[in-house]
Design a protein. Structure first.
Length: 131
C-alpha cells in the first residue's frame, strides 16, 4: 500500500489477491477440523482492505466479539501482522470496531514516528469509551 523503502513485502508478495470470504474460510476450517478457539488474521495491512468495516463486523458475528468464550475459555482474534497506526488516526471508527472484538494481543505498526502519538491518543480515547 505504502511502498516504504524498508519494506520487503512488495518483493516477497508482488501480487495481491483477495481470498475467499472470511465466512467461507472459517466454515471450511470448521468442516475439516472443527470449530476453533482463536482466529489469527495474517494480512500485511488488514485495515487497508476495501470494506474492512464489514469484515470486522463479520469477525464479530462469527463469535469473536469482546468477551467471547468457547468451552469456557476466552476466544481471541490475533491480527498478527500489526494494525497500521496511521489508518487508525484517519478512521477513528476503526478503533471502536476493533474494540468490539476479542483482540489479543493488539499489535500496532508504527512505520513513522509521527503516527505514534496520534494513534496513542486515539487508543486512550477508545479505551475510555469502550472499557
Amino acid at each position: 500500500m505504502r511502498n516504504c523503502k524498508f519494506c520487503s513485502v512488495p518483493k516477497l508478495e508482488p501480487e495481491f489477491g483477495a481470498l475467499a470470504p472470511l465466512e467461507e474460510q472459517i466454515a471450511a476450517i470448521e468442516k475439516a477440523h472443527g470449530a476453533k478457539q482463536h482466529l489469527v488474521i495474517m494480512d500485511n495491512n488488514v485495515l487497508a482492505i476495501q470494506g474492512i468495516d464489514r469484515h470486522l463486523r463479520t469477525i464479530e458475528s462469527l463469535g469473536f466479539q469482546r468477551g467471547a468464550r468457547k468451552n469456557g475459555r476466552k476466544r481471541t482474534v490475533d491480527f498478527n501482522q500489526g494494525i497500521d497506526a496511521r489508518l487508525i488516526t484517519k478512521k477513528p471508527e476503526l478503533v471502536a470496531a476493533l474494540g468490539r472484538l476479542a483482540t489479543q494481543p493488539m499489535r500496532l505498526a508504527f512505520d513513522f514516528h509521527s503516527s505514534c502519538h496520534k494513534a496513542g491518543d486515539k487508543g486512550r480515547h477508545a479505551q475510555t469509551e469502550l472499557s
